[in-house]
Write a protein that binds this ligand. Sequence first.
Ligand code: SF4
Ligand code: F3S
Length: 103
Amino acid sequence: AIDPNFDQNREQVGEENGVAVWGPVEPPEKLGIHGTHVAVDYDICLADGACLENCPVDVFTWVDTPDHPVSETKVEPTNEDQCIDCMLCVDICPVDAIDVDPG
Ligand code: SF4
Ligand code: F3S
């Protein structure tokens, strides 16, 4: 599962599609955690898609992650500033790849 304390345990190493990326990042195998308020662990996400299909405010968009060992697409929390903290994505993800921090 995603580390809920990633913002203390990892360094922000950059930004992609307007969201923060928390390392370590060593493409294509290691892609880090994407997002801060709504955070997706790219090394755990297996592209189930339930988060994207069910988020009431369309926070997520698909991005290609060619040659990642787990899946070749991931969800980017592109609109994380729109999140209403309903926690649906956190509950529905089969591999616990998402952390939402209402704080
Ligand atoms: Fe969307 Fe709710 Fe997840 Fe926020 S907590 S990203 S509103 S599903
Ligand atoms: Fe990935 Fe979980 Fe969404 S596997 S696509 S973060 S439901």
